[in-house]
Design a protein around this ligand. Structure first.
Ligand code: CAA
Length: 719
C-alpha cells in the first residue's frame, strides 16, 4: 500500500511494502489513490514520494509475474497523475530505486537521493525489460548511449554517477524525507513543463549505434533474449512518438514476461535467496546461528587455487597470510596474485589504488607457525588425504582455539580430515572453483561434527568475498563434482560410440554452457584428472591402465589417460583434446591426431561407431547428471533442489536462462525425465549412474512443481 499525509501543504506519499517496497498491486493502487488525493487537495502545493524503511523501491513485485493477481492499475497508470500534475512531484530516494522503482521516480519532476543510494534497471537479469516507461523515459533524460549501457547491463548506478548522468538532481545528506519536503517547497511556483520527460525529444543516435550494440550484446550475453528486446525498445524511443514508444515497450515487455527465459531467470533470482537459507540436520539454521568475526585469515598452498583464494580474501579487505613450504613456490604464488591484480586494473575492474590496498594486506610465510593468530585458515594443498590430515593436526596445535579450519578439498571426506584435530566442530570444507577469483560458487561442506557457528561463519565469509555460498553435506566429491562425474563419463562414452569431442562440445555450447566438457578439461589440465583417478583407484585397491574398460562390472572409459600418456595435458602443454598451437595459448582447434587416437582406441576394443545426434548428446549427459542430483537430494546431502541449481549456475556456468538442471528437469516434466532415465538404464546396464533415483521415481508420480519438492522430501524421509 501507500501512506499519505499532508505536511504543511506538502503531500508526503510513502510506498509501504517492506523490506524493499516492491510495487505489488496494493502499492500501485495505493500510489494511484494518493496521487489523486494530492492532486485534488487545494492545500497541497507539492508532492514528495519516498519509500518506507531503507529503500525507495526495488521495482515491480516479481512474484506477481505470471500469476493471477490483478494487473491494473499498472505502474504507468498509477503514475500518470505525477506526470500530468502542475504541482511539482519529487522522488526522495534512499537505498535502492530499481526497475519499476526507478520508473516511478522518472515519472516525478525531480529526483533527489542520499549519497549511498543506487538506481538502475536490473530487469534484464530477470529476463524482462523496464516495462513501465523506463526504456522511453531514460533516453529522454540521459540520452541513448547511457541508456543502452544501463538497461542492457542492468548495473546499479551509485548516487555520484547518477548525479553526473542527470538522473538525480541533488544529493542530500540529512534525513531524506525532510530533505524531500524542503526541496519540493523550494521548487513550488516554477513551471514543471520542462521537467516532464514525455515532452522531451530523444536525440537521434543513428541506426548504426543499434547495429553495433546488437553485435556486442549477442556476444556478451550469448543466448539471452532480454538484452536484445531492451535494444529494440530503446530504439523505439528514438523512432516513435512517446505514446507509440510506450505501446511498443509494453508489447515487448509482455512477450518477455511470458517467455521461458524470464521464468527461468526469475526462478534463479529466488533460488539464490532460498539457497542462502541453510539448515543442518540438527535443525540449527541461518536464522538461529551467528557467525564468528573473521578479521584475519590464512591460506595454505600458493598454487593456482591457493593464490586465487588469497586474492578473493585480500580484495575484500581481509588481511591474509599466504603460506607455502617452499620459498620459490611462494614467490610464484605472489606473482600470480600480483598479475591478476594488474589484469583487473587493466580491465578497469578495480583502480590501481584498490589493487595496492589489496596487496598491502597480503603477508607471506614459509612457516605454518605464522598462522597462530588468524581467525580462519583455508588449506588449498594437493588433493592428498594423508598430507591434509598432517596439516590439520599441525594447525590444531598452532592456531588459536577459536580459529576455524577450512579445507578446499574437492572430494575428500571432511570427517576424516577433522579427526586429525581436537576441534572437529571447527573443521569445514570451503570448496572453491577454478579460477577461484572469477568463479562465484563457494561450496561449503559440513561434516558430522561441524558446528552451526562454523557453518554460519563460512557462509558469511562467502558473501563477504562476493561469492555465492551454498551449504552441502559430506559425501564422495560433494555435490558439484559428484554430479559432474556422470556428466563427464557420458561425454567419454559418447565419444567411444561415435560422437567427436568437438560435436559433444558444440552441443553443450549451443545449449548455453560457456564451454564444452572437453574444452573445460583442457583448461583444468588433463593430468589433474589423471592423478585424481590414480589416487582414487589406489584408495580402492584397483589398478587402472589405459586398457581398463570395466572396473567391478562398471563400464569406464580411460581415453583421457591415453592422451595424457601421449603428453597431451591440455592448454598448459599446447595440446589436449584440442590443439592450441603452443603451451598457454587459448585458441582451440580440433585436432585430427586426437580423432586418429580415438579411432585407434575404438578399433583396439572393437567398439562399433555410429552417428550420434546433438539431442542424444545433451540428453545423456544432462539426464545422467540430473539423476545424480535427485540421489543427492534423496540422501539429504543438500536440503533443497535450489541448492543444486545454484551450484551448477555459479560453479559450471549453466545458463541462468535455463534455470539450473533441477529446474530444467521440472520443465521437462518429471515423468518424461524418469521414463528416459529408465530407458537409458535398460540400454546401458553397466553404468551405475543410470540406476534411477527413488526420489525421482516418487516425484514423477506426483507432478509436483519444483517449489513443492522440498515439502514432499521432508514429509517422506524414508523414500
Ligand atoms: N519483487 C519481489 N520480491 C523482491 C523483489 C522484487 N522486485 N526484490 C527483492 N525481493 C525480496 C527478496 O526475494 C527477499 O525476499 P526473502 O527475504 O523472502 O528472501 C527480500 O525481498 C529482500 O531481498 P534481498 O535478500 O535480495 O535483499 P538485498 O538487500 O540483498 O538486496 C535488492 C536488495 C538489491 C533490492 C535485491 O533484492 C534486488 O536486486 N531485487 C530485484 C530488483 C529487480 O530486479 N527489480 C526489477 C523488478 S521487475 C520490474 O520492475 C519490471 C518493470 O519494469 C516494472
Amino acid at each position: 500500500m501507500a501512506n499519505y499525509r499532508n505536511k504543511g501543504g506538502v503531500a508526503v506519499i510513502e510506498l509501504n511494502n517492506p523490506p524493499v517496497n516492491a510495487l505489488s498491486f496494493e502499492v500501485r493502487s495505493g500510489l494511484m489513490n494518493a496521487l489523486k488525493r494530492a492532486h485534488d487537495d487545494k492545500d497541497v502545493k507539492c508532492i514528495v514520494i519516498h519509500g518506507k524503511g531503507k529503500n525507495f523501491s526495488a521495482g515491480a513485485d516479481i512474484k506477481e509475474f505470471g500469476g493471477t493477481k490483478q494487473q491494473k492499475p499498472w505502474i504507468t497508470d498509477a503514475c500518470r497523475l505525477a506526470d500530468e500534475s502542475s504541482k511539482p512531484v519529487v522522488a526522495a530516494i534512499a537505498g535502492t530505486a530499481l526497475g519499476g522503482g526507478l520508473e516511478v521516480a522518472l515519472f516525478c519532476h525531480y529526483r533527489i537521493g542520499t549519497p549511498s543510494c543506487r538506481v538502475g534497471f536490473p530487469e534484464v537479469q530477470i529476463g524482462v525489460l523496464p516495462g513501465a516507461g523506463g526504456t522511453q523515459r531514460l533516453p529522454r533524460l540521459i540520452g541513448v548511449k547511457h541508456s543502452i549501457d544501463m538497461i542492457t547491463s542492468g548495473r546499479h548506478v551509485m548516487a555520484e554517477e547518477a548525479l553526473k548522468l542527470g538522473i538525480l538532481d541533488k544529493i542530500v545528506t540529512d534525513d531524506i524525507i525532510e530533505e524531500g519536503i524542503q526541496f519540493a517547497k523550494s521548487v513550488v511556483g516554477i513551471d514543471v513543463g520542462g521537467r516532464i520527460l514525455r515532452n522531451r525529444k530523444v536525440e537521434d543516435a543513428g541506426s548504426k549505434v543499434f547495429d553495433d550494440e546488437i553485435s556486442r550484446v549477442k556476444k556478451k550475453y550469448k543466448g539471452y533474449i532480454a538484452p536484445l528486446f531492451c535494444l529494440k525498445a530503446i530504439q523505439a524511443s528514438m523512432q516513435l512518438p512517446y505514446d507509440a514508444g510506450m505501446e511498443q515497450e509494453l508489447k515487448l515487455f509482455q512477450q518477455l514476461v511470458s517467455s521461458g527465459q524470464a521464468k527461468a531467470q526469475q526462478y534463479t533470482f529466488f533460488a539464490e535467496r532460498i539457497s542462502a537459507r541453510w539448515q543442518l540436520p540438527s535443525g540449527a539454521n541461518s536464522q538461529t546461528a551467528s557467525p564468528l568475526p573473521v578479521k584475519t585469515a590464512g591460506v595454505i598452498g600458493a598454487g593456482t587455487m591457493g593464490a586465487g583464494i588469497a586474492l578473493c580474501l585480500i580484495t575484500s579487505g581481509i588481511p591474509t597470510v599466504l603460506v607455502e613450504q617452499d620459498q620459490k613456490f611462494l614467490e610464484k604464488g605472489v606473482k600470480t596474485v600480483e598479475g591478476d591484480l594488474r589484469g583487473s586494473v587493466a580491465l578497469k575492474k578495480m583502480t590501481a589504488e584498490q589493487a595496492n590496498k589489496a596487496i598491502s594486506v597480503l603477508k607471506t610465510s614459509v612457516n605454518l607457525e605464522d598462522l597462530h593468530d588468524v581467525d580462519l585458515v583455508i588449506e588449498a594443498v594437493y588433493e592428498n588425504l594423508a598430507l591434509k590430515k598432517e596439516i590439520f593436526a599441525k594447525l590444531d596445535k598452532i592456531c588459536k582455539s577459536k580459529t576455524i579450519l577450512c579445507t578446499n578439498t574437492s572430494s575428500l571426506d571432511i570427517d576424516t580430515i577433522a579427526e586429525a584435530t581436537k576441534r572437529r566442530d571447527k573443521v569445514v570444507g570451503t570448496h572453491f572453483f577454478a579460477p577461484a577469483y572469477i568463479m562465484k560458487l563457494q561450496e561449503n561442506v559440513y561434516g558430522k561434527d561441524t558446528s552451526a557457528e562454523t557453518v554460519a561463519t563460512v557462509m558469511a565469509l562467502g558473501k563477504r568475498i562476493r561469492k555465492v555460498p551454498v551449504l552441502v553435506g559430506t559425501c564422495d566429491s560433494f555435490v558439484a563434482n559428484r554430479m559432474l562425474h556422470p556428466y563427464a563419463t557420458e561425454a567419454l562414452f559418447l565419444v567411444e560410440e561415435g560422437a567427436s569431442p568437438y560435436e559433444v562440445d558444440q552441443a553443450l555450447e549451443d545449449f548455453g554452457m560457456p564451454m564444452g566438457m572437453f574444452r573445460v578439461s583442457d583448461l583444468s589440465g588433463l593430468d589433474i584428472g589423471y592423478k585424481v583417478r590414480k589416487e582414487a583407484a589406489k584408495r580402492r585397491g584397483i589398478e587402472l591402465t589405459s586398457d581398463t574398460r570395466f572396473v567391478n562390472g562398471e563400464r569406464v572409459c580411460l581415453l583421457a589417460n591415453v592422451l595424457v600418456e601421449k603428453g597431451r595435458l591440455g592448454i598448459k602443454s599446447g595440446k589436449g583434446w584440442y590443439n592450441y598451437g603452443s603451451p598457454g595459448k587459448r585458441e582451440a582447434t580440433p585436432d585430427p591426431e586426437v580423432l586418429d587416437t580415438i579411432e585407434e582406441y575404438c578399433r583396439k576394443y572393437d567398439i562399433k561407431k555410429r552417428k550420434i545426434s546433438s539431442q542424444e548428446i545433451l540428453e545423456r549427459m544432462q539426464l545422467a547428471m540430473i539423476n545424480e542430483g535427485f540421489k543427492i537430494l534423496e540422501e539429504g546431502i543438500v536440503s533443497k533442489p535450489e541448492d543444486i541449481d545454484i551450484i551448477w549456475i555459479y560453479g559450471f556456468g549453466w545458463p541462468k536462462y535455463m534455470g539450473g538442471p533441477m529446474f530444467y528437469a521440472n520443465e521437462m516434466k518429471l515423468k518424461n525425465v524418469y521414463r528416459k532415465i529408465r530407458d537409458f538404464h535398460q540400454n546401458y546396464p553397466f553404468s551405475i549412474h543410470w540406476t534411477p533415483s527413488k526420489l525421482l521415481a516418487r516425484l514423477s508420480e506426483t507432478d509436483l512443481p519444483i517449489s513443492k519438492w522440498t515439502s514432499l522430501i521432508n514429509s517422506n524421509s524414508k523414500l
